[in-house]
Write a protein that binds this ligand. Structure first.
Ligand code: HEC
Ligand code: HEC
Length: 491
């Protein structure tokens, strides 16, 4: 048997879903990436060399941005040997140094995807692999703009000066109307995609943002596409720095204390007067948007919300409502509490009894750590109350996620020897698999010694705690979790 058991001493971090931020400044497509918007954008996690056998693993820094018209993509490829010869449209560009993005705008139908493959001198190949496209092997997207570092050259030979090359791409979102839920996307919309790099004469490595697993060694495996979430807010910056979008919104903005009696009174008033259109408890309703979900609001201050309720919102269905000012203020308090982070809002239940459940019968510490105590197969929850809203925490405990998040892919392995493991995939290649076990050990599995490897489609998180715990126990646990805020500890 050739697997190892390694006790873990260092905290591990994982790649997660990529959040596509709104561009903070206009973008000129010139393969320079010198705009503030690109500087502000976060890169994806490192590309993975799925089938590596030997040679340099040259890194790629990829970023995505969006605005109402375009999805923007950039690749900055470190490369000591840059070569490209294909110039014809839809030619075999992947022989050359080439970058690619494959996009599924509908996460329910990942097999409908669109490809953009661009070599270093700017030849592009596109396909629409969708159930509706009947136009043959290739596809002509509308209005695409792109530039590469060696754009338009008749060829590019390898040179001792080769260091890196850039591709900048703007794809009009209207190309995806057949498959996307919304164009432009709405805050929180999820798509699936993969970013890749391939080809070249010397050291032609293949690497991808989202790892490619399974037998088929192909980029055309949409089941391996990673998850991206469109976010309407610009990235939050460190305190004291410029904040995008005129300084409004963003996490941490709503830090304030809420009077529990006002919040409760506001909730009752809201459920009585507003749920004709909005949903119960601030959820989305039949005729009006959610007031407490993770989206971007046009009315964010107390005064703006108060005014919407008193006078309505012109040009929309939102009417002015005959509500006493005093009651209106309580509704405003309630709405703000829905938008605030969990630690700032009142929660019913006893946090101390909740802690007993967390560290005791709830068995949460099998996978989660709080302040250094517990397991590592799930996320550390020491700052949960600052990172999440109360409703998000409630949802994590009750409805969970339909698919495991990127970085939290569960797997079960049975070895030929009979030993078995369950945990999270940390790293993998065709020969081996690294698993972070629910036993909190790191297992290195030799694939040839494994009898079975099963990738679970559901997250490890047992998300039915409202059913397995008594109602008061559930509330106590929620109260405990909502108070986890190590970052707010006095120094
Ligand atoms: C007749 C239907 C209707 C009723 C009743 C109603 N709303 Fe609305 N409300 C809407 C619609 C539609 C919008 C979206 C307006 C828009 O498109 O900007 C809205 C928007 C809002 C917004 C702004 C959301 C944002 O994006 O910033 C607030 C705040 C709001 N409503 C609060 C309330 C409250 C509180 C009540 C009850 C006191 C209430 N509404 C009752 C239809 C309604
Ligand atoms: C078998 C392992 C396992 C156990 C046991 C477990 N969790 Fe989880 N939990 C996870 C994993 C893995 C995730 C991340 C899932 C994902 O995003 O796909 C998670 C996610 C969460 C989240 C969301 C975190 C966030 O940042 O949004 C909360 C809250 C949570 N768990 C609380 C609990 C509580 C409370 C218990 C005990 C009653 C518990 N978990 C038991 C594995 C576990």
């Amino acid at each position: 048997m050739r697997w190892l058991l390694v006790a873990l001493s260092v905290p591990l971090s994982f790649a997660d879903d990529y959040r596509i931020q709104r561009a903070t400044s206009p973008i000129v497509v010139d393969a320079k990436l010198d705009e503030a918007a690109w500087r502000d954008a976060s890169p994806t996690s490192d590309f993975i060399f799925n089938w590596h056998t030997s040679g340099d693993k040259e890194p790629t820094e990829a970023k995505l941005l969006w605005d109402d018209n375009n999805l923007y993509v950039s690749w900055r490829s470190t490369d000591r040997h840059i070569s490209a010869y294909v110039t014809q449209r839809n030619g075999p560009v992947t022989r050359d140094d080439c970058v690619e993005i494959f996009i599924s705008p509908n996460p329910q139908k990942v097999t409908n995807y669109y490809t953009f493959e661009i070599n270093a001198i700017g030849a592009m190949l596109n396909r629409a692999r969708t159930d509706w496209y009947t136009g043959g092997a290739f596809w002509d997207p509308e209005g695409v703009q792109y530039r590469t570092s060696f754009h338009g050259q008749p060829s590019k030979d390898e040179s001792p000066d080769d260091r890196e090359w850039i591709v900048e791409l703007a794809i009009p979102l209207k190309n995806f109307t057949r498959d996307a839920a919304h164009i432009p996307p709405r805050d929180g919309d999820e798509w699936r995609l993969n970013l890749m790099r391939t080809g070249g004469k010397t050291n032609a490595q293949q690497s991808t943002w989202s790892p490619i697993r399974g037998e088929k060694r192909s980029f055309h495996t949409p089941e391996n596409f990673g998850r991206v979430i469109f976010v309407a807010e610009a990235r939050e910056e460190a305190p004291g720095q410029r904040r995008g979008q005129g300084g409004r919104g963003g996490r941490g903005m709503m830090r304030r204390s809420f009077n529990p009696a006002d919040v409760e009174a506001g909730r009752v008033l809201y459920n009585r007067s507003c749920t004709m259109c909005h949903g119960v408890d601030g959820a989305v309703g039949d005729r009006a948007p959610a007031l407490g979900a993770g989206r971007r609001y046009t009315r964010v201050t107390d005064a703006e919300i108060f005014d919407s309720i008193k006078n309505g919102i012109k040009g929309t269905l939102m009417p002015g409502l005959p509500i006493k000012d005093d009651d209106n203020s309580k509704i405003v308090t309630y709405i703000q509490s829905l938008r605030a982070t969990a630690v700032d809002v009142p929660v019913q239940g006893d946090p101390q009894r909740g802690a007993q459940i967390f560290f005791g019968k709830g068995n949460c510490t099998q996978c989660h750590m709080i302040r250094g105590q517990g397991g590592i197969a799930g996320p550390d929850l020491s700052d949960l109350g600052v990172d999440r809203k109360l409703d998000d925490i409630r949802q994590a405990l009750t409805t969970g996620k339909p698919l495991p998040s990127r970085g939290w892919q569960p797997v079960s392995v049975t070895m030929k020897s009979g030993a078995s493991f369950r945990g999270i995939v940390k790293n993998e290649n065709p020969f081996s698999l690294q698993i972070l076990g629910i036993d909190s050990n790191l297992h290195l599995i030799d694939r040839s010694q494994a009898a079975r490897i099963d990738y679970d489609t559901k997250p490890l998180m047992p998300a039915n705690l409202d059913k397995t715990l008594a109602p008061t126990e559930f509330q106590d646990l929620l109260a405990f979790l909502a108070r986890q805020a190590r970052r707010r500890d006095p120094k």
